[in-house]
Design a protein around this ligand. Structure first.
Ligand SMILES: CC(C)(COP(=O)(O)OP(=O)(O)OC[C@H]1O[C@@H](n2cnc3c(N)ncnc32)[C@H](O)[C@@H]1OP(=O)(O)O)[C@@H](O)C(=O)NCCC(=O)NCCS
Length: 234
């Protein structure tokens, strides 16, 4: 019997244990997790089996370019000893449903092209894969002049996020010189933030600009989407 419930501060050590079992090479930041779990804009949930945490998921809204909230199913993991029992599907359904109940227009998740287990979980819950393959570019460095912090038009493409893994700025929708310059300026003003950009591989100009700013390709990903106005969570 699996229980899905909202995570609390007492779950953090257990979440870290699941995270380390799933991603042994990645560090875990308990203080950051505490901040996310307490953040009313996030919903972090845990899966409990026999009183122990065996999986977790986190989701939160960002604004689309049209100003509509979209739910980001950002991170989901199940301890290897408990995988294949439908637990991720239960977590994903619960988290996506909560996202829909916030009034979001759609939910989305970014999945590596070779992550079959994650793809099947999104598919099972009613998400649809966007065929466009994207490069995930992360990092950023530039020795020239960086952008001003006050350009509200450009800022619409730069989304500050705090996740269970990092504080960062997502560069979305447009990937131009001034936008990356502004994002890097913002990241430098607030140390510890990383920049991420999910760029369709066909957008050669955008990829070139990301590379000018020394963002590095970490892998190939696709968006998985669930439009709440058209589709149901299954
Ligand atoms: C992705 C993950 C969360 C799935 O957890 P899970 O509890 O095993 O998933 P479920 O049991 O709910 O299975 C969901 C679907 O995935 C399939 N699946 C699960 N593990 C699989 C595997 N190793 N290979 C292929 N398919 C797999 C299931 O068969 C099911 O699909 P189906 O309904 O078509 O049969 C888990 O594998 C995991 O933690 N992976 C590492 C972390 C990760 O990649 N997270 C996602 C990126 S943020």
């Amino acid at each position: 019997m699996v229980l899905i419930r909202r995570a609390n501060e007492q779950d953090i050590e257990d979440i870290i244990q699941v995270k380390q079992a799933v991603w042994p090479d990645e560090a875990a930041d308990a203080a950051l997790m505490r901040q996310v779990i307490w953040d009313a804009a996030h919903l972090t949930q845990v899966a409990i089996v026999d009183d122990g945490v065996v999986g977790f998921v986190d989701g939160f809204n960002t604004l689309s370019l049209k100003g509509v909230p979209q739910w980001n199913l950002d991170l989901i993991a199940v301890h290897p000893a408990f995988q294949g029992r439908g637990i991720a599907s239960d977590l994903m359904r619960a988290n996506t449903g909560a996202g829909r109940d916030t009034g979001a227009g759609q939910a989305r998740g970014l999945v590596a092209v070779d992550n079959v287990a994650s793809q099947r979980t999104f598919m099972r819950c009613g998400y649809v894969c966007d065929e466009v393959v994207c490069g995930l570019y992360v990092g950023g460095d530039f020795s020239g002049e960086l952008g001003s912090l006050s350009n509200t038009e450009l800022a619409r493409n730069i989304i500050p996020v705090t996740t269970l893994n990092y504080r960062g700025l997502w560069v979305e929708n447009a990937w131009t010189n001034p936008i990356f310059a502004m994002a890097l300026g913002m990241a430098q003003a607030q140390s510890g933030q990383i920049i991420g950009a999910v760029i369709p591989l066909g957008e050669r100009g955008a990829v070139d600009v990301a590379q000018v700013y020394h963002l590095e390709l970490v892998g190939h990903y696709q968006w998985w989407m669930l439009d709440f106005t058209e589709s149901a969570i299954v």
